[in-house]
Design a protein around this ligand. Structure first.
Ligand SMILES: NC(=O)c1ccc[n+]([C@@H]2O[C@H](COP(=O)([O-])OP(=O)(O)OC[C@H]3O[C@@H](n4cnc5c(N)ncnc54)[C@H](OP(=O)(O)O)[C@@H]3O)[C@@H](O)[C@H]2O)c1
Length: 268
């Protein structure tokens, strides 16, 4: 009889399997975040879905698990630093962080804008990215091939009237991407910025116009094919799945009908 020391290699190992390559997605309860979760799960990542609306991320994680993927859900407000730290502390591995949570509030000109809206946009689009990135950076470095992806916007690269607070916040997100890439040079972590133009998602414009469906619909009126959440998720998945030494610094994508923040072709 073999002793323990010479036990056949077919014996069950007591060493737990290493956790699967893991992508954390913030704002995964709708739009681009949900589409990205679906797409990265299909690419073989264990996806960790986070958002404030726990029921929605749980439902998506259940759907993905049912389809044979590895997915889990956590309620997380990225503006709550203590909650972000607790979440990060409970994670065994992180290879990819998709900083997607964000959004716009209002289209008031600067002369009339509500500072509370500006504060809220800064909190989620800038400090939210800072919180999750700081909290998960040790795990991303430890992964040996980490990726921080920041979903900014063409509003982070140019201004437009009425964009004020959102433009300022997304310029902040762009500044984080540019600065972090410089600071991490030499470490095994890429910093990718994806800057979409007009994307027709279920909630973005509705949130911006505080639930006014008519105003929200006007954003996309007459535009033959605005980008979809799937278009952006496809771009994110492409950038994330390049070989580890390839860093897509900044990728701007817009629908063909949108040549700039100002120039949009509308039919009718
Ligand atoms: N749609 C566009 O035209 C467009 C263009 C360029 C860039 N973007 C950017 O792309 C990202 C996704 O936008 P989207 O179009 O998919 O909009 P969306 O459908 O409104 O999704 C926004 C997501 O962010 C989450 N979120 C908001 N505040 C949060 C917070 N404090 N903590 C955690 N999660 C929070 C929301 O989930 P909960 O409410 O459940 O927390 C939701 O899942 C945003 O950063 C947006 O600025 C959008």
């Amino acid at each position: 009889m073999p002793t323990d020391a010479t036990a056949p290699s077919t014996a069950p190992s007591s060493t737990p399997a290493a956790p699967a390559r893991t992508a954390v997605i913030t704002g995964a309860s709708s739009g681009i975040g949900a589409a990205t979760a679906r797409r990265l799960a299909a690419e073989g990542y264990r996806v960790v879905l986070t958002a404030r609306r726990k029921d929605r991320v749980e439902a998506l994680a259940a759907e993905l698990t049912e389809a044979g993927h590895r997915a889990e859900a956590h309620a997380l407000d990225v503006t709550d630093r203590a909650a972000v730290d607790a979440f990060a502390g409970g994670l065994d591995r992180c290879d990819v962080l998709v900083n997607n949570a964000g959004g716009a509030l209002g289209t008031d000109p600067i002369a009339e804008a509500d500072p509370a809206d500006w504060r809220a946009m800064y909190e989620v689009n800038v400090l939210g990215v800072l919180h999750t990135t700081q909290a998960l950076l040790p795990a991303l470095v430890a992964s040996g091939d980490g990726t921080v992806l920041i979903l900014s916007s063409t509003a982070g690269l140019g201004t437009y009237e009425g964009g004020g607070g959102y433009v300022a916040a997304k310029h902040g997100a762009h500044a984080i991407a540019e600065t972090l890439r410089l600071e991490l040079c030499g470490q095994p972590v890429r910093v990718i910025e994806i800057a979409p133009g007009m994307v027709k998602t279920e909630e973005f414009a509705l949130t911006r116009f505080r639930g006014d469906r008519e105003k929200a619909a006007k954003v996309y009126a007459g535009v033959a094919e605005p980008l979809t959440a799937d278009d952006v998720a496809d771009t994110i998945a492409w950038a994330v799945t390049r070989p580890a030494h390839v860093n897509v610094d900044l990728l701007v994508l817009r629908p063909r009908a949108q040549a700039s923040n100002y120039k949009v072709h509308r039919e009718n």
